[in-house]
Design a binder for this molecule. Structure first.
Ligand code: GTP
Ligand code: MG
Length: 323
């Protein structure tokens, strides 16, 4: 890193440490853009991380996730917790895609100094998105957030990746079972640790609760946590307190059973493994003549002079790696 860059990073981190929200935004942008400064910044911030509790909120489009996140954030503010909101969702009111009413409703949160809101574009690969989401959460964690709420639309593979970034995953469904049952089939069932039937001001909420409970009984049990089903009407705030209590109970469960620590340990291990193989790969491909040698071996394998396994062994040996 150049000296200029270094002093800018130092200055940025000083502002970050003072709680400067613009600095926080700049740090996040640098990391999102995979800028040269990103790595040294994340290294410096690393000791400050690991304190925030991360709650993923996912569910079908329009289920009321943003409304719920907003109400939950307000509730957490009553306890004076600092809250980070990460909206991995292009249509979220947090990212500006919303109708006016939502924007007005959200305005108070936007100006609350105890709340930091960040939306993330879903462009690019989903795997990469999951990683960036985790890093954004890490930064908000270092920034001093007690809780980080991550909103994602539960479609496709995305919610699985995001669930990995969260400590507790809340699945939001609505009384109209059509969509919800589809959503459940699409894999939301497996990741939910707390289920929420939102829009319970509408008909059919109790029936939906029963349906979810029935489906939960069929779910393979890999731990002793039985996911609770909470009825909410995010729009009026009904049930938000209970939802918060359920999240707290899940947190206590994870903490006392040391599952939280185990999970975080596993995540760290995976992260190191992934980065190690990335680094190893890029190191190899940068060696002089490596690409050409690989091409030679492709030819050799094509003509069946060597097998692919032998080819890899050869590449290893030639670069001085012991078996
Ligand atoms: N009747 C009723 N409407 C609600 C409730 N919660 C949210 N809504 C409305 O449902 C619509 C969608 O709410 P959002 O919070 O934007 O839903 P979302 O799940 O974040 O939507 P996407 O991010 O677009 O997937 C809005 O018009 C909300 O006002 C509720 O409890 N009852
Ligand atoms: Mg939304």
């Amino acid at each position: 890193m150049s000296i200029v860059l270094e002093s800018t990073v130092e200055e940025l981190l000083r502002r970050f440490a003072r709680g400067d929200r613009r600095a926080c935004g700049q740090v996040i942008s640098l990391v999102e853009d995979e800028a040269a400064e990103a790595k040294p910044i994340l290294n410096k911030l690393y000791p400050l991380m690991g304190r925030a509790y991360r709650v993923g909120v996912t569910g079908p489009p329009g289920a009321g996730k943003s409304t719920l996140v907003e109400k939950l954030a307000r509730h957490l503010r009553e306890y004076d917790y600092r809250v980070g909101i990460v909206a991995v969702d292009p249509s979220s009111p947090f990212s500006g895609g919303a109708v006016l009413g939502d924007r007005v409703r959200m305005a108070a949160l936007f100006t609350d100094p105890g709340v930091y809101i960040r939306s993330m574009a879903t462009r690019g690969s989903l795997g990469g998105l999951a990683r960036r989401t985790r890093e954004v959460c890490d930064i908000l964690d270092a920034f001093g957030c007690d809780y980080i709420l991550i909103e994602t639309v539960g479609v496709g593979q995305m919610e699985l990746d995001i669930a990995e970034a969260a400590d507790s995953t809340v699945v939001v469904l609505v009384p109209e079972s059509g969509d919800s049952i589809q959503a459940l089939k699409a894999g939301l069932m497996e990741i939910g640790e707390i289920f929420c039937v939102n829009k319970c001001d509408r008909e059919g909420a109790d029936r939906m609760v029963l349906e979810i409970q029935t489906m939960l009984e069929l779910r393979p049990k890999n731990d002793s946590w039985i996911p609770p089903v909470v009825k909410t009407a995010a729009i009026s705030g009904l049930g938000i307190e209970e939802l918060y209590e359920r999240i707290s109970a899940h947190r206590r469960y994870l903490e006392t059973s040391s599952i939280l620590e185990e999970r975080r340990r596993r995540a760290v291990r995976t992260e190191i493994e992934r980065r190690l193989s990335e680094k190893l790969q890029s190191w190899l491909w940068r060696r002089d003549g490596f690409k050409e040698r690989v091409e030679e071996l492709v030819e050799a394998v094509m003509t069946r002079r060597v097998s692919p396994y032998e080819a890899v062994d050869l590449l290893f040996k030639e670069r001085g790696f012991d078996e």
